[in-house]
Design a protein around this ligand. Structure first.
Ligand code: SAM
Length: 209
């Protein structure tokens, strides 16, 4: 199913990074959704994971991961752990992954799954990810997997020089993927695929409700 997912959903839509394609062939996505949903785990769509939240569409995981330009040496911060699937893909491709989830039940389930799958380079924390993880900063890469009105200021402060942020930015109900790169000459911004994510709720995100 994973081979099929990669060859029908990712390659034809332009995902080229061989390491990303290989990682998505390896990570058992069906173990990141409820048993009752396992037969739909490789569908071309986001799926519910409880608490009103979703595991992102495989293509969206692939695009965001490719935009991060991971080589294997990076320290990555993810905001929005959800099921833990994106964190597992990142863990295959980077040195260390720190991921924050605001919903306790989801954070706990993700910790359990990642432990059972022996991902030893991922740390999960429960809390408001818009504040970042100051004790572990700076991060070489930051990925926000929830819709954000803008990049939260604390996350910009926690990005290393030459760091990259990938985030769906825009309105609460539709966004566009933004890739931001810090360089010696300032900040470069590129807009990519339109997308629809659940909202980033927090001090530097949307208000609840
Ligand atoms: N990356 C996830 C995965 O692989 O399953 C999917 C993430 S889901 C689209 C967005 C997640 O962001 C939800 O689980 C939601 O609870 C979480 N979230 C929203 N606001 C947050 C915040 N301020 N801090 C941390 N997590 C947040």
């Amino acid at each position: 199913m994973r081979e099929w997912m990669v060859s029908t959903q990712l390659v034809p839509r332009g995902i080229r990074d061989k390491r990303v394609l290989a990682a998505m062939k390896r990570v058992p996505r069906h173990l990141f959704v409820d048993h009752s949903m396992a037969n739909r785990a490789y569908d071309d769509s986001a799926l519910p994971i409880g608490e009103g939240q979703t595991i992102s569409q495989p293509y969206m995981v692939a695009v965001m991961t490719e935009l991060l330009e991971l080589t294997g040496n990076e320290k990555v911060l993810e905001i929005g752990t959800g099921s833990g699937y994106q964190a597992a893909v990142l863990a295959e491709l980077a040195k260390e992954v720190f991921t924050i989830e605001r919903v306790a039940a989801l954070a706990e389930a993700a910790i359990q799954r990642l432990r059972e799958l022996f991902y030893q380079n991922v740390q999960v924390r429960m809390g408001d990810g818009t504040l970042g993880w100051p004790e572990e900063a700076p991060f070489d890469r930051i990925i926000i997997t929830a819709a954000s009105p803008k990049i939260p200021d604390p996350l910009m402060d926690q990005l290393s020089n030459a760091g990259i942020v990938v985030v769906p930015v825009g309105g609460r109900y539709s966004q566009q993927l933004l890739k931001l790169k810090k360089t010696d000459k300032g900040v470069q911004e590129e807009y990519h695929t339109p997308c629809v994510f659940v909202p980033l709720i927090g001090e530097y995100g949307w208000k609840e409700g």
